[in-house]
Design a protein around this ligand. Structure first.
Ligand code: GLC
Length: 429
């Protein structure tokens, strides 16, 4: 099992051996008939709600350098599971209404198996894209049955963000976090002590994965066997309940996704929040945030076994039924290549998967995470959710049982037992 140890990927110093190469993703792909005739081709790019404005900037930058392609940005729900369901409805109906779309790191196997995606191998070869320049795990997440179905866009890991002006000692363990959250609540204009994501949705699975791994639990073993019914998982879930049921989180924490939690944080309502890297850019956006320059970032607190971050992130792919696959590829290549990922990092605060960007001074300036030489190693050691074309079912089981345990409708022991038997049934084991 992999953990972010306090080997401290956040401490400066160690040299990271990243290959520095020219920022070129190769020659442009062949032009389509429409483009050769000088006509403008319109493609639609769909992604979840973007609160940072990076997507619009990315589209404008692309259109400037590709005058024959117009990109319409279509915003999908912020909730990953809701976006998922809308894509499945669209794509299972073979709709061509979107051309390029972002996929949560947990979807590619399912979407590839369902035949919703265009395989990207011939484009990657034709444009000589060196996939070794990308974070390995992020590339692998988009591979299924030997083919590339997506390009990695950005990588996520759960982190602890804290108010530098209120917190003197960053908590190293969940118990320290709990005691600080209790005393900090109400200080410096705050109303809460801690913010997390506890609604019944995908983000709940991520929060659970972190508590589970921090206390030594494992959902599946390397062979895919269900190994969740252990005292370690029960202990992790108990810690999660202790926090979600405390009086230092909002009373309606079971309605909180990233959106509600980051809004409360940038309003100055809490000294601590668990969130993804984009939180740093958002907290420093003076148009939206009341806490500019006041935020620090650290690994999540440790349980008995260490500190664990859930691995997240987004990929982008092409709709198999797109009427403009070549133009779709041009946009996808730009968005996930050096220029596009730089905008996503600098404006959006999300961590590049294109490794040479960690040597770019503007990217380094955008977040303390990106200038840290250990960040890539740390993020690559984050705990993945199970990989399976059947992931939605796995996620649903975890969401239901964890929600019931948080709502005290069943004991943590019962919730873990139920997860084990339902997961075994779903996996056919
Ligand atoms: C972030 C992560 C994604 C995860 C989601 C849960 O967007 O990148 O992988 O599923 O949060 O809310």
């Amino acid at each position: 099992m992999k953990f972010l140890t306090k080997a401290s990927w956040l401490s400066a110093g160690l040299a990271m051996s990243l290959a520095v190469t020219a920022c070129s993703s190769g020659q442009p792909a062949a032009q389509s008939g429409d483009q050769q005739n000088g006509q403008k081709v319109k493609i639609v790019f769909a992604r979840g709600k973007d609160v940072t404005g990076a997507s619009q900037e990315l589209v404008s930058a692309f259109e400037k350098t590709h005058p024959n392609i117009q990109v319409e940005l279509r915003e999908m729900p912020a909730d990953s599971g809701q976006s998922h369901d809308q894509y499945v409805t669209m794509l299972s109906g073979k709709s061509s209404e979107i051309d390029v779309f972002d996929l949560d790191v947990i979807w590619p196997a399912e979407f590839a198996q369902a035949g919703y995606l265009l395989a990207l191998d011939r484009f990657i070869e034709q444009d000589k894209i060196d996939m070794n320049q990308y974070i390995k795990g992020a590339v692998q997440a988009g591979n299924f049955e030997g083919k590339h179905w997506t390009m990695p866009k950005f990588i996520d890991a759960g982190l602890l963000f804290y108010r530098k002006d209120l917190v003197n000692h960053v908590p190293k363990t969940w118990d320290e976090l709990i005691s600080q959250a209790k005393t900090q609540k109400g200080q410096g204009g705050t109303q809460f002590g801690y913010l997390m994501q506890a609604k019944q949705y995908e983000g709940l699975v991520c929060n659970f994965v972190e508590f589970n791994a921090a206390y030594g639990g494992k959902i599946l073993d390397d062979q895919g066997n269900v190994t969740i019914n252990t005292p370690e998982t029960i202990k992790g879930l108990k810690k999660m309940i202790e926090i979600a049921d405390s009086n230092f989180v909002p009373k309606n924490i079971n309605t909180f996704t990233e959106l509600e939690s980051h809004t409360a944080f940038i309003e100055g309502q809490s000294p601590f929040i668990r969130n993804w890297p984009y939180q740093f850019a958002l907290a420093n956006d003076s148009k939206q945030s009341k806490i500019v320059d006041k935020v620090g970032v650290a690994p999540l607190p440790a349980g008995d076994k260490g500190s664990a971050a859930a691995l997240g992130g987004w990929m982008s792919g092409i709709n198999k039924y797109s009427k403009h696959p070549k133009e779709a590829w041009e946009f996808l290549k730009f968005m996930t290549g050096p220029e596009g990922q730089k905008i996503t990092a600098v404006k959006g605060g999300s961590a590049p998967t294109y490794l040479p960007l960690y040597d770019d001074s503007e990217v380094q300036k955008a977040s303390p995470l990106f200038e840290n030489k250990n960040f890539v190693d740390g993020i690559s050691a984050a705990v993945p959710r199970p990989t399976s074309p059947n992931y939605p079912k796995i996620s649903e089981i975890i969401q239901i049982e964890v929600s019931k345990a948080l709502a005290k409708q069943e004991t943590p022991e019962q919730a873990v037992l139920n997860m084990a038997s339902k997961l075994k049934e779903a996996a056919g084991k």
